[in-house]
Each structure stands twice: as structure tokens, then as C-alpha cells.
Design a protein around this ligand. Sequence first.
Ligand SMILES: Cc1cc2nc3c(=O)[nH]c(=O)nc-3n(C[C@H](O)[C@H](O)[C@H](O)COP(=O)(O)OP(=O)(O)OC[C@H]3O[C@@H](n4cnc5c(N)ncnc54)[C@H](O)[C@@H]3O)c2cc1C
Ligand code: SF4
Ligand code: SF4
Ligand code: SF4
Length: 398
Amino acid sequence: MIVVYNKSKCCGCTACASVCAHRAISMEHDEQGFAFPHVNLDLCTNCHLCEEVCPLHESPETNTARQTFVALASDHREQLTSTSGGLVSVFARYIIEQFAGVVYGCTGKDCFHVRHIRIDSIQDLPTIKGSKYVQSDLNGIFPKVKTDLKSGRYVMFIGTPCQVARLRKYLRKSYDKLFCVDFICHGVPSQQILTSAINEFDLDDTPHEVKFRLKEQGKPSQYCLQLTDKAGSVLYKGKYGKDCYMTGFIYALFYRDSCYQCPFASRERVGDITVGDYWNSDKEYDYLARSKDGLSQMHVNTDQGMRLYQLLSDQLRVEPISLDKLLKHSGQLSHPMPRHRNADIFWTLYKKSGFNIACRKVLSAEIRHLRLQPITNIVFNIPGFKPLYFLLKKKLRK
Ligand SMILES: Cc1cc2nc3c(=O)[nH]c(=O)nc-3n(C[C@H](O)[C@H](O)[C@H](O)COP(=O)(O)OP(=O)(O)OC[C@H]3O[C@@H](n4cnc5c(N)ncnc54)[C@H](O)[C@@H]3O)c2cc1C
Ligand code: SF4
Ligand code: SF4
Ligand code: SF4
């Protein structure tokens, strides 16, 4: 039976719990709010199936991209309503419309329980759009994917690389009708941390939906925690640099332990297609119409990925880019995010004094730096200031 000796090896994918026919495994939360398997010895028959699906000590099967692109959806609406280029929505729409297939993705419609859901109608597509910067609950999802595939339906699964890898392992065979999309992944906080952050706001009403990126036409998308009520009215909006949750997320303060040693933070990918943001900082892709409304990177990794890309090429605007350039652009294609130096202090303070106090204390230097950044940017752009500054700094150091 499954025993998690080293917590940083378990990503909480639920594959072990899903495979146990005796329902001997339940997922239980630790004090940071992350789920780990717990075996009821009275129910366990020692069949070892849970160990077989769990690749705790095994390297996942991966592929290096055959082709890499900077890309965006040809349909402007898809791009505007998604996190970056809107590629995932184009893929999902195609699977539902052309193949009468089903799509599994993550919804933020209940901010107190961010989770994966199954959709098979276009009307539900907006429910799974957008990045949710929190661990998505997969409870019960893998068996549903298997049932759909066994009944002959086309299935698209969108998730973190660890979720995709564990789904493949759980299924134990490949399916022609399965398309897996993973994304470049920073790491995930627990639902408990997000819930603590929300509960400490003084809101006028009960929040319903959570979003993590703010997109305004013609402006680069920004990291921003937004909460809306059932009618869609905004109850809270806090941008990265001001909002503690968003700032802690970007600085890797409270991720699951497995994220800091993530074996998937690599150019070697588990998805048929990998997507990620492409911040066009050198303006090289400015010539692409609407590039300011969000650009993605796309890695086509397998035959199945190539098949999907070819079917959809007229619905995407793509430009080739080298993998080497993407490796320089996206750190998480080479290494996991390093754990924040104050993470231990954060967890101790969080337990004692709550989320906001803990965050503000351990992130004070970063928050100050981000507040001053607009001023420093202006000053550093004054012609001649930069060399003078570094010269003075060198002299003072001597
Ligand atoms: C936790 C997390 C960390 C990320 N880190 C990076 C990064 O470091 N670098 C980078 O380039 N890109 C990162 N991304 C990906 C990026 O934010 C965009 O999602 C991606 O570029 C795709 O954009 P899109 O416009 O095509 O689709 P989107 O509209 O953003 O769709 C994203 C899809 O991902 C699924 N999804 C959303 N949240 C989760 C979740 N928590 N767990 C599982 N599946 C989810 C949804 O079902 C949705 O269909 C991250 C995303 C998440 C969720
Ligand atoms: S990684 Fe997944 S399958 Fe393995 S122990 Fe953790 S939850 Fe279970
Ligand atoms: S060994 Fe078999 S019965 Fe026991 S927990 Fe694992 S899957 Fe369930
Ligand atoms: S960083 Fe790695 S372990 Fe963490 S959620 Fe992403 S893929 Fe999974």
C-alpha cells in the first residue's frame, strides 16, 4: 500500500485514491492545507495497485518539443477572455464542436473549492477559462476520464504537468482519442491558503468566483486577485505588489513542497501540447496583430499534439521560435521555483497570527521594492543615469 515517506515527492494527484477498488484511501489535508493519501488498514487488501499508479520514485515519460511557437487565437474574443493567447480555449472548443468530445479543466466558479470539472457543451467553456493560481482538486476526476475514453469519446484533459503525468499513469494505456495539454508551471498554493486570504478581507457580500489575471484591451495582462459575487459584481480586486496572496504566489512563498523539487520544470514535457505565457519583452513579436492582448508560447511535443495543431492551424496565429529562446524566457522550463527564504517563518506566523500578518511581515522587502519600482524605472530611464549610478555604487563599495 502507498506510504508517503517524503512529502515533497507527492503532488496530491489523487491517482492512488482513485485506483483503490476497496475505497481504502482517502485524501486528507495537512496543516498547510495540502492533500495526502491516508490508508484505512481495515479496508486495505494489500493489492499494491496504488503503488503501481503512483510514480513517486519513477521518472515520467516525456518528450522534447518537435516544434515551438509564439501563438495566439485568431478569434480576438478567445484571446481577450483567456489568460494569455487563448490557445487552450481554441483547443477545447474544437474537441467539443468537431468531435462531440468532453473537456476536463479547472474552474474558479466556487472560490472556496477550486476544482477540475467535466464539460461537454460550448456554453460551459467560460467556466474553465483562465489560470487559477491554487491547487485544483482532482477528486473523482481520473475515473470519469477513463469512463469517457472507454465509451469511445474524445477527451481533452488540461492541467499542471504533474496532473497530466499522473493521469497517464492512472490510465495505464494510451488512447488515440485523448489529448493532454499541460502548461509551464510555477507551483501551487493550497485551497486553505486562498480561503484564509479571502476570509480575512472585509467583503460586503459572499464571494463566488475567483480570477487571478486582469485583462484590459491593449494592455499587458496583470496578476490580480479578483472576487465577484453571484451576479458578477466585483467585491475585491488586488494587484500583484499590493495583494498579499498574489505577491506571495509570485515569490513562491507558500507552494506545495513537491513544487520546489518539481521534476516537470523542464524542457521535457508530459503534455501532447504545452502552453505558457510569452511576455514579449523585447517587442520582437509586436508586429503580430493584437500581441498586446496576450501572447502564448506553444510546444508541440507528440504525434497527437501535431495532429491537433494541424487540425487547428487556421484558428491560430503562430510564429516559429527556437526552444533555446523559450528556455531563456521561461525559468520553469529549466528549474523549479526556489522556495522563498522566509517560507518557514511564514508558516509559523500564519498558524499564530493569520494569513495577512504573516505575509506582510515576511514579504515587506518585496512589497517595498515593488512599490518603488515605477519611480526607479523612471529614474533609471533618464539618459546617462544608469552608468553614473553603477559607477557611484562601485566607488562606494571600495
Ligand atoms: C498554477 C499555474 C501556474 C502557472 N505558471 C506559469 C509559469 O510559470 N509560466 C508560464 O509561462 N505560464 C504559467 N501558467 C500558465 C499560464 O498562466 C496560462 O494558463 C497559459 O499561458 C495558457 O493560457 P491560455 O490563454 O491559452 O489559456 P487559459 O485561459 O489561461 O486556460 C488555462 C487552462 O488551464 C486550466 N487550469 C487553470 N488553472 C489550473 C490549475 N490550478 N490547475 C490545473 N489546471 C488549471 C484551465 O482549465 C484552463 O483551461 C501557469 C498556470 C497555472 C494555473
Ligand atoms: S503522488 Fe498522487 S498517486 Fe502518489 S501518493 Fe501522492 S496523491 Fe497518491
Ligand atoms: S494496496 Fe490495494 S487495497 Fe490497499 S490501499 Fe492500495 S489499492 Fe487499496
Ligand atoms: S510545480 Fe510541479 S509539482 Fe507543483 S503543481 Fe506544478 S507541475 Fe505539479
